[in-house]
Design a protein around this ligand. Structure first.
Ligand code: PLP
Length: 355
C-alpha cells in the first residue's frame, strides 16, 4: 500500500532526491568509488559543496556579505555557538516553544538574556505579537517555525538589532528577505536534506565582535575561511541537500514552494475545521504551513488510539502528535504532495463517518 510520510523529522524527501543520493552512494558520478568512500578533498567533491552553496544563495536570493556554511552538530549545537560568537553583554530571545527555550537556556551561560515575549502561558499555541525589541541587545533570536506546536511566524521582522532565526523546519518553504537577518540556521533533516548536516547563513561583518576567545571549531569564521572544509564535513548529507536544492529550483524555487505550502495547508486545515471530531491546536493567525497540529475534541477523546490505528492502516505515517501537545501532527514539508494531503483528508472523513 502507498505510504504517506508525515514525519516531523527526519522527514519526507522527493523520490528523485533519494534516488540520486542512493546512486551516488553506490557509485559517485562515474568515479568507480562510492560517495561514502570519497575524500571531501577530492577534485570531484569540491564542486558538490560549491554548487550547493551557489544554489542556496540563488534560491534564497542571499545578498552580498553573507556566507553559507555546512556544519555538523545539528541546530542544537548552534544554540551554543550563537551566544559564543555574538553575545557580548545581552541577548534577546522570543520564546515560542521547546526549541526556542533550549536556545535561550544556552545563551544564559554567556550573558544576560531578555525574553522579549513568550507564549508559554498557553502551551505555545500562538506567536506573540507587539513585543519590544531592546535596541541595546546584541541580537534577537527567534524560531520561525515551531515544529512541535504547529505555529509559524511567516514574516520577516523589522528589528533594530540583528535577527538570528532557527529555520530548521521552514527553510525553503517561502521567500525570505535575508537582508533582515544576521543569521539563519537549522538542522537540514526537516526540509532540506537527510539527517547529519546543519546549514548556516551568516552576515560576515557581525562576526569577531565578542571579546571572549572562541574554540576553533565553534568559531563561524573558521568554517567560512575554509569553505565548510576545516574538518571533514558530512559529505553524503551535503550531496543530498544539493539534489534537493536542484529539485526545488526545478519546481520553480521558493515561490513555488510557498504556493504549494499554502495549498496543502488550506486542504488539511480546511478539513480540521470542518470535521466534527477534530480541532486545531494553534491559534488561527499563528498556524504553521509546515507542521499542522490537531487533537480530538474533548467529547471524542477516547477515539485517540482508534484514529491512530485507522490512519496507520490507511498508509498515513508519522501523524502522531508530539508528547507535549498530544493528538496529531501532519508535517507537510516541501516534498509532501497535494495527493498526500487529500489522502489524509479522506482518512479523516472516513473516520468521522464511522462515528
Ligand atoms: C528539530 C529542530 C531542532 C533540533 O534540531 P537538531 O538538528 O536535532 O539539533 C531545532 N529547532 C527546530 C525548530 C527544530 O524543528
Amino acid at each position: 500500500m502507498k505510504k504517506y510520510n508525515f514525519n516531523a523529522g527526519p522527514s519526507i524527501l522527493p523520490r528523485e532526491v533519494m534516488e540520486a543520493t542512493a546512486a551516488a552512494c553506490l557509485e559517485f558520478e562515474g568515479s568507480g568509488l562510492s560517495l561514502m568512500e570519497t575524500s571531501h578533498r577530492a577534485k570531484n567533491f569540491q564542486p558538490v559543496v560549491d554548487e550547493a552553496v551557489a544554489l542556496f544563495k540563488e534560491l534564497l536570493d542571499i545578498p552580498e556579505g553573507y556566507s553559507v556554511i555546512f556544519l555538523g552538530g545539528g541546530a542544537s549545537l548552534e544554540f551554543c555557538m550563537i551566544p559564543y560568537n555574538f553575545l557580548e553583554k545581552k541577548a534577546a530571545y522570543l520564546n515560542t516553544g521547546v526549541w526556542a527555550t533550549k536556545a535561550e537556556k544556552e545563551a544564559k551561560l554567556f550573558g544576560e538574556v531578555v525574553e522579549v515575549a513568550s507564549s508559554k502561558d498557553k502551551n505555545f499555541t500562538y506567536i506573540p505579537k507587539n513585543f519590544d525589541i531592546p535596541a541595546d541587545a546584541d541580537y534577537l533570536h527567534i524560531t520561525s517555525n515551531n515544529t512541535i506546536y504547529g505555529t509559524e511566524l511567516r514574516k520577516d521582522l523589522d528589528s533594530p538589532i540583528p535577527v538570528i532565526a532557527d529555520m530548521s523546519s521552514d527553510i525553503f518553504s517561502r521567500p525570505v528577505d535575508v537582508s533582515k537577518y544576521g543569521m539563519i540556521y537549522g538542522g537540514a533533516q526537516k526540509n532540506l536534506s537527510m539527517a547529519g548536516v546543519t546549514f548556516v547563513v551568516v552576515k560576515e561583518d557581525l562576526l569577531g565582535k565578542v571579546s571572549r576567545p572562541i574554540p576553533t571549531m565553534l568559531d563561524y569564521r573558521t568554517h567560512i575561511k575554509k569553505g565548510s572544509m576545516f574538518n571533514t564535513p558530512p559529505t553524503v548529507p551535503i550531496y543530498c541537500a544539493l539534489q534537493n536544492l536542484k529539485w526545488i529550483k526545478k519546481q520553480g524555487g521558493v515561490e513555488a514552494m510557498a504556493k504549494l505550502a499554502k495549498q496543502r495547508a488550506d486542504i488539511v486545515y480546511g478539513e480540521i475545521d470542518r470535521n466534527k471530531l477534530f480541532v486545531g491546536t494553534a491559534e488561527e493567525d499563528s498556524r504553521s504551513y509546515m507542521n499542522l497540529t490537531f487533537v480530538l475534541k474533548p467529547e471524542y477523546q477516547d477515539l485517540q488510539d482508534e484514529f491512530m490505528a485507522f490512519a496507520t492502516e490507511k498508509g498515513m505515517v508519522g501523524v502522531k502528535g508530539h508528547r507535549d501537545v498530544g493528538g496529531f501532527r501532519a508535517s507537510c514539508y516541501n516534498a509532501m504532495t497535494i495527493e498526500g494531503c487529500q489522502a489524509l483528508v479522506a482518512c479523516m472523513k472516513e473516520f468521522e463517518a464511522k462515528h
